[in-house]
Design a protein around this ligand. Structure first.
Ligand code: COA
Length: 146
């Protein structure tokens, strides 16, 4: 059966931390957020630090705020290209009023392709935002889905 049928979305709990760190280190080997950064997000954005799980496995996460800024999202490698990233993103769309936006590393072509599939557009660039790498700003109006 499709793994998505078993997937549920819920708020981050402190006991998720090790599984989140494992996903993070796979997704961003050179720039992974630290344990403390995730724990701080659990405190500062308790309603919008969201994890997706199937059974006892965590599939991925998304962290955003009510202003529509997506701080981070990642899906565990073995679960990619199955629609989980889209489900997490659509959860953020439902929770946010005007627009969703984010910074993405200009060399992260996979993530840029993913966000374009979801309807996001590149609206700006911040040179050297990630050390030597530029950031692209991508955004989408809430109205796109309504
Ligand atoms: C980006 C990421 C979250 C996508 O998650 P995912 O669960 O694989 O994405 P989905 O399966 O929901 O894909 C949704 C659409 O985007 C497309 N897509 C996803 N990843 C893609 C990629 N690397 N290249 C091209 N298209 C991609 C899918 O084909 C799908 O299109 P479709 O609806 O036409 O079939 C995941 O690849 C990831 O965790 N990457 C590493 C972390 C990262 O770069 N995060 C973003 C930082 S800003």
């Amino acid at each position: 059966m499709d793994k998505k049928s078993f997937a549920t979305i819920r708020k981050f709990k402190t006991e998720d931390i090790n599984k989140i760190l494992e996903i993070e280190e796979q997704a961003f080997p050179k720039t992974a957020y630290s344990k403390q950064t995730f724990l701080n997000y659990g405190t500062s954005l308790p309603d919008t630090f969201i994890v997706m799980e199937t059974g006892d496995d965590i599939v991925g996460y998304i962290i955003f705020d009510r202003g529509g800024h997506i701080h981070s999202t990642a899906v565990k490698r073995t679960y990619r290209m199955k629609g989980f990233g889209r489900i997490l993103f659509m959860h953020a769309v439902k929770c946010v009023g005007e627009k969703l936006w984010l910074e993405v590393r200009s060399k992260n072509s996979g993530a840029i392709a993913f966000y374009k599939k979801l309807g996001m557009k590149i609206t700006g660039k911040i040179p050297n935002y990630y050390g030597k790498d530029d950031a692209l700003i991508m955004e989408i109006s809430h109205k796109y889905y309504h």
